[in-house]
Design a protein around this ligand. Sequence first.
Ligand SMILES: Cc1cc2nc3c(=O)[nH]c(=O)nc-3n(C[C@H](O)[C@H](O)[C@H](O)COP(=O)(O)OP(=O)(O)OC[C@H]3O[C@@H](n4cnc5c(N)ncnc54)[C@H](O)[C@@H]3O)c2cc1C
Length: 459
Amino acid sequence: MTGLSIDTVDIAILGGGAAGALVARHLLALRDLRVALVEPRGVAGRGAAYSTARPEHLLNVNAARMSAFQDVPDDFLAFLAARRGVAPADLAGVFAQRRDYGAYLEDRVAAVVDQAALDLRTTSAVELQANGRGYAIGLADGGMLTARTVVLALGNLPAALPVPVRDAGPDAVVEAWDYEAIAAIDPADDVAIVGAGLSMVDTLLTLLANGHRGGIVAMSRHGLMPLSHAPGTQPQPGGVEALLPLGVRARMRLLRQWAAGAQAEGGRWQDALERLRPHVQTLWQAWSAGEQRRFLRHAVRLWDTHRHRIAPEVGDRIAAMRADGRFRLHAGRLEAIGSTSDGRLRIDWHPRGDTRGAQMTVDRIVNATGTEKRVDRAGGSLLPALLAQGLARPGPHGIGLDTSPAGQVLGADGAPVAGLWTLGALRTGTLWESVAMPELRGQAARLAEAALAGLEASH
Ligand SMILES: Cc1cc2nc3c(=O)[nH]c(=O)nc-3n(C[C@H](O)[C@H](O)[C@H](O)COP(=O)(O)OP(=O)(O)OC[C@H]3O[C@@H](n4cnc5c(N)ncnc54)[C@H](O)[C@@H]3O)c2cc1C
């Protein structure tokens, strides 16, 4: 590695979204340490989800459940209430703007970001090598850090389009998480959105807010999109013990019965999902590898659309766009993307359940395929380098990285790698439910304590 300078810290956190920023905050609250936070966005806490400046992008969890601290459950409510000048109780069921949540996280980590002890680097980590006493981290700006302990807080890995785009200009494809580029799409353009999850919903909302007049089509293999939260949802009473010994099919059957039971008692199907919500990691880990595979093959799409729900007002807006034809959602397989002689984009695709192929012509394509779970398909150089050196191995089913229960990364030999930790999306294979704030906040607090204990033990 060549470097402009080599700086030594106790702990380097790679990725400064919600997860990395919270780990930094906890670490610096625990002890006087030298901590580096490496984040190309240059701000701590916002990450991919909360960097949006668009008012139409809402949280998909209500404000009462979005505290960044498990032991202060009303913390976000208090922040939001103070900002809006209303009582916290009035906001509990509100789906706040994501930009306000970003401001909240920034505010809550500002105290440590301002400390001289935190070295915030506006760049990416591109290389990581064990050096006997810890790690040497190569940075994209040419700098280098050495650290005894490293925390990988890289968040969701962006997914690529499933097919290459042939002969088209650089602006043909817009990434859904590039919020400014989405907002800059010409309202007269015909737009095809690839993917039908939460990033597609974000895109649609921005097009709607900009008075889009062109056609909007979204396409996914199953043509399923996230369902809505129901106002006033209450977790159905009862535990999940009955689900634990069951395989995929039997669990789904029982879950449908619970949903029907909730509805029969005047509740909603969402109540049954809320009953499961705190136990998803336990339910995932109770399955054998074979049963987990069955879930990934047959049930994951249905699970995702029910689990990752959108704010009711967002669901209503999209339903209205579908009803009046401004937005169409197709189920099918994308086969090829190329350009037409008049400079537009031609999409060849295969409608689900149809023997014949179909084409459409659009002006822009939005990549809203969401997150890449398989670590061997991760872009960039950092994760491939870790895997190649045996400092990490893929998690169950190739999803994320394999980790110990405390979040220590497991090497190629299955043993915990000294001083290497991770949290969030990279733990999805091990935990399944590992990206939302209700999980991240606990992981961040526990990881800070465990990483610090490991650091002290190695002295
Ligand atoms: C669009 C969207 C909306 C969401 N809405 C909600 C919600 O309403 N409620 C909820 O609970 N959860 C939501 N989530 C889930 C979300 O994943 C978490 O809430 C949280 O933001 C994840 O934080 P993170 O730090 O793990 O990941 P990220 O926010 O993705 O942060 C990871 C950071 O790592 C940086 N990075 C990546 N590679 C490198 C590298 N090599 N070197 C240095 N830095 C690097 C990236 O720049 C990024 O900022 C949403 C997710 C998305 C994508």
